[in-house]
Design a protein around this ligand. Structure first.
Ligand SMILES: NC(=O)c1ccc[n+]([C@@H]2O[C@H](COP(=O)([O-])OP(=O)(O)OC[C@H]3O[C@@H](n4cnc5c(N)ncnc54)[C@H](O)[C@@H]3O)[C@@H](O)[C@H]2O)c1
Length: 338
């Protein structure tokens, strides 16, 4: 008989509701509690996930329901206290939203707490399950592009919204190679006090140990992707290898030129599909069948690169990895950006 894991979800916003609904619809989980401070949101979310026990207090929910898995989907400002709460209540796995923190010191503290307690973590970089990403990943892994040289990813969404998605998938296409150093540039304070506080524009280079060069751009000066109408879908990945090129559009579709010809295909950004894969893999990981594709250690590597790029921009120099202690990256941007 396969295991059924008890799940408690905090956050009944757009993302938390989807997390709760997806666990509820998967027979490998039992949704034992749902929590939000906003009771109207709570009632609306409960209606689409089988009316689980409802809470407005996270500690009470975790204490009463004793879940195996704690999922939380809150704005970026709230991460470490909920991680600590989950760990204190003895959960096996914490699944939470990107970005994993708002600065490197917080991300480091999250990892320290979870590693010390042996608690697994998963961060929602679930777009990788899209058929467009998976098709190009197969092409890369089968050697269809030859040795990879450059991976360029850009999007109109601003830094703390999307950069960790971009870097996570660059790392995926690059076989999770270690990064050696980064060089970043930033501009504009318009979004510095947003709930995803970011420079209006950021661009940067990432040098990986296997020789691959990553390039990222986010925000208002990043290139348009006229093929996509929706602003949040205006982004793409370009992967250049010795023997070919491939392009993945964040919104939908992919195309490639290889020694064997010209190819293209479908697959799109689909919250329901991607979330179902992400959630199912949580049970696989707890069953010991795999390590989750969105595991926290990998997310941390990506977040470290993202914060190193900001430090590079602030300090106007190349930053080598691993990243050491330093000033809160967003505070530093607020001090230097004009
Ligand atoms: N992975 C993705 O593709 C993706 C897509 C969109 C957003 N996100 C991320 O998801 C996160 C959440 O986004 P959202 O749009 O669902 O946010 P939201 O603000 O709509 O929802 C958050 C909910 O958490 C509740 N909450 C906050 N503190 C609480 C507490 N202490 N106890 C109980 N409830 C509490 C709020 O009342 C709110 O209902 C963000 O970090 C965002 O970047 C990820």
């Amino acid at each position: 008989m396969s295991n059924v894991y008890k799940v408690a979800v905090l956050g009944a916003g757009k993302r938390g509701t989807l997390h709760a609904k997806t666990h509820y619809e998967n027979k490998r989980f039992e949704l034992v509690g749902l929590c939000d401070l906003d009771t109207e949101r709570l009632a609306a979310a409960a209606a689409v996930c089988g009316n689980p026990p409802l809470y407005t207090d996270a500690a009470k929910m975790l204490g009463e329901t004793k879940p195996d898995i704690f999922v939380f989907a809150t704005q970026p400002a709230l991460r470490l206290p909920l991680i600590k709460l989950g760990v204190e209540h003895g959960v096996k796995l914490i699944s939470y939203e990107k970005p994993m923190a708002t600065n490197f010191a917080e991300a480091q503290a999250i990892m320290d707490v979870c590693r010390a307690a042996g608690v697994k973590t998963v961060v929602s970089h679930q777009q990788k399950y899209g058929e467009h990403h998976q098709s190009v990943l197969k092409l890369v892994q089968s050697g269809g592009l030859g040795d990879i040289k450059t991976i360029y990813a850009h999007c109109w969404g601003w830094y703390f919204h999307l950069v960790t998605h971009l870097i996570d998938y660059i790392r995926m296409y690059n076989n999770n190679a270690e990064a050696l150093w980064v060089s970043g540039a930033v501009s504009g304070r318009g979004k510095l006090f947003d709930n995803h506080p970011s420079p209006d524009y950021a661009g940067g280079f990432i040098q990986f140990a296997n020789g691959v060069r990553g390039i990222i751009e986010t925000g208002e000066n990043a290139p348009d992707v006229p093929e996509m109408e929706y602003n949040w879908h205006k982004g793409r990945f370009m992967i250049q290898g010795k023997d070919g090129f491939a392009e993945v559009f964040i919104g939908e579709g992919w195309r490639a030129v290889t020694k064997n010809g010209v190819f293209s295909g479908g697959g799109k950004f689909d919250y329901t599909h991607d979330q179902a894969c992400y959630v199912d893999e949580i049970a696989d990981w707890l069953d010991g069948k795999c390590v989750h594709s969105c595991n926290g250690e990998s997310a941390f590597k990506g977040f470290e690169i993202a914060m190193a790029l900001l430090r590079s921009a602030v300090e106007r120099k190349i930053i080598t990895l691993p990243l050491g202690p330093g000033e809160n990256e967003v505070e530093a941007l607020r001090n230097v950006l004009t």
